[in-house]
Design a binder for this molecule. Structure first.
Ligand code: UN1
Length: 504
């Protein structure tokens, strides 16, 4: 698909509004241009939300919630099913738009839309479940059970790197759970948000439930900070940096609201001496260079057993020499540009620090002589105690860290402040089980013979420590979007008290 035809295929004007409050508004905040990191040219312009747009969007979601919460969950699921169907139709242009705004390759752009479709399907199924428990009461002729009620309007803050899928993890679950929502996307990827909002609008228009999905493209001021402090939003689901999450988490906690955080990664793969090395090379390469290293799940630290270190380094250097980098929309490209020049500069700055701390550049690191924010994925050998490995560099940077044993590998894996994703390559069931035991990986995700990135939506997604502790997408993550109610019904003619208390 050609760049020129993408916006039209999605029905987006070159200048469009980023404010939706139960219907499109003008968008009275400043305009921003969305820049294609491959061409460095603007793709389109979005008029952001101002304070009044924000207020209207929250009000629309509050009003919609009052009706939506009483719609039977399977009917709510049916709207999500229709959105999922529309996403199937728009998969190609929407995937291309993600590639244009973020720089991720075609397969990954479309993969992101597939992830939306998958979570839509999941949410539709879930809409006929949302199970509660029945609990045995200690009192005669009493029934005790738990039920899950809609929580309220949800504030969703999403990051540039997954501008579509991460919103849908939150949005589709929230919708079937009976919540309305207001979305603040990254201002770096406003057009993807506008395109998705258009799709929601197409499906919801005329239903009376237009206010379930709302959008306010905007900066921290006037949108982000207002959301975080807004008592009308009982839950804020935020994805992004640890710095952002710390602010969101503390502000939301101050008003005793709930937050669902998915923050930094700084993920590691351990490669043991008994690993299938070709598998490990492929796994590491996709995890480190895919999306130009800008996934929360991207691999930063390859922790390698000393007995296979030289051989693995050789294989990786050869592989790094053959990564096709270029226009993400072109067939055959495996690595596109980074999202911005500052992302390139930050990654290069990390290289400088790594070299000062005893690192050695094994491969990559050149900035090709072409337009766009390109940087060759880097492989850097690093001493195991180098402080730079404690920090997350959001770019195509993989540290190669040699260790003497599994115990040491595990200590390095767990020895960082972040805890999202981890993996081990080994053919030993015993080593694998040790990695997965209570004294093994301390991360929210632990894989065996798979890289750190590319999780399926069926599992709960999120991490520990500075990653924030939230869980989104599959398994029972839906519970975050509902309130739990414990109910006891007395159908006897007496009033027995719990704990055998006699009163009067
Ligand atoms: C993210 O980077 O915020 O597991 C999400 C993965 C993707 C999701 C990444 N399914 O890599």
């Amino acid at each position: 698909m050609k760049r020129e035809s993408v916006l039209a295929a999605l029905g987006i004007e070159p200048i469009s509004s980023g404010a939706y409050a139960g219907g499109w508004r003008e968008g009275s905040g400043p305009s921003i241009e969305s820049i294609d990191p491959t061409t460095e040219q603007p793709i389109g312009t979005v008029r952001m939300a101002d304070a009044a747009d924000y207020e209207a969007a929250v009000q629309a979601s509050v009003d919609a919630f009052e009706q939506w919460r009483m719609v039977p969950a399977p009917q709510r699921g049916d709207y999500v099913r229709q959105i999922g169907n529309a996403l199937r139709e728009y998969k190609e242009p929407l995937g291309a738009l993600v590639s244009m705004e973020v720089g991720k390759i075609r397969a990954e752009g479309e993969g992101e839309i597939q992830e939306m479709i998958d979570i839509a399907d999941f949410a539709v199924g879930l809409s006929r479940q949302l199970y509660g428990l029945t609990i045995a009461s200690e009192r005669p002729r009493h029934r005790m059970f738990e039920q899950w009620q809609p929580l309220g309007p949800v504030g969703i803050i999403s990051a540039f790197n997954f501008p579509a899928a991460v919103w849908s993890w939150n949005a589709f679950l929230a919708a079937v759970c009976g919540d309305s929502m207001i979305w603040k996307p990254s201002p770096v990827t406003p057009l993807t948000a506008v395109a998705i909002q258009n799709i929601c609008h197409e499906v919801m228009e005329g239903s009376g439930f237009e206010g379930v999905f709302n959008l306010t493209v905007g900066d921290v001021d006037p949108v982000g900070a207002a959301m975080v402090d807004d008592p009308r939003l009982p839950l804020i689901a935020a994805t992004g940096s640890v710095r952002m999450g710390r602010q969101v988490g503390t502000q939301v906690a101050k008003r005793l609201g709930r937050s669902l955080l998915e923050l930094g990664g700084n993920n590691a793969i351990i490669v043991m001496d008994d690993a299938d090395l070709d598998l490990a090379v492929r796994g590491a390469l996709f995890a480190a260079a895919g999306t130009a290293g800008q996934r929360c799940t991207s691999l930063r630290r390859l922790i390698v057993h000393k007995d296979i270190a030289d051989l693995l380094a050789k294989k990786l250097i050869a592989a790094y020499g053959q990564i096709p980098m270029g226009d993400p929309l072109e067939e055959g490209t495996l690595v596109g540009p980074l999202v911005s020049q500052s992302a390139v500069d930050n990654t290069k700055a990390a290289l400088e620090i790594a070299l000062e701390q005893g690192g050695e550049l094994l491969a990559g690191g050149n900035e090709p002589d072409r337009q766009g924010f390109f940087l060759e994925p880097m492989l850097v050998k690093l001493p195991k105690d180098a402080p730079i490995a404690q920090q997350e560099t959001f770019g195509p940077m993989m540290y190669f860290i040699e260790v003497d044993s599994f115990e040491e590998a595990l200590a390095v894996n767990n020895g960082v402040p972040q805890g999202l994703s981890s993996a081990i390559f080994t053919d030993s069931i015993r080593t694998s089980e040790r990695f997965l035991s209570a004294e093994g990986s301390d991360c929210g995700i632990a894989n065996v013979n798979i890289g750190t990135s590319g999780a399926e939506i069926g599992g709960a997604f999120g991490g520990e420590k500075e990653t924030g502790g939230g869980r989104q997408a599959g398994s029972d993550s839906w519970k975050a979007y509902m309130r739990r109610q414990t109910v006891t019904v007395n159908w006897s003619t007496d009033l027995p008290l719990a704990q055998g208390v006699e009163f009067g």
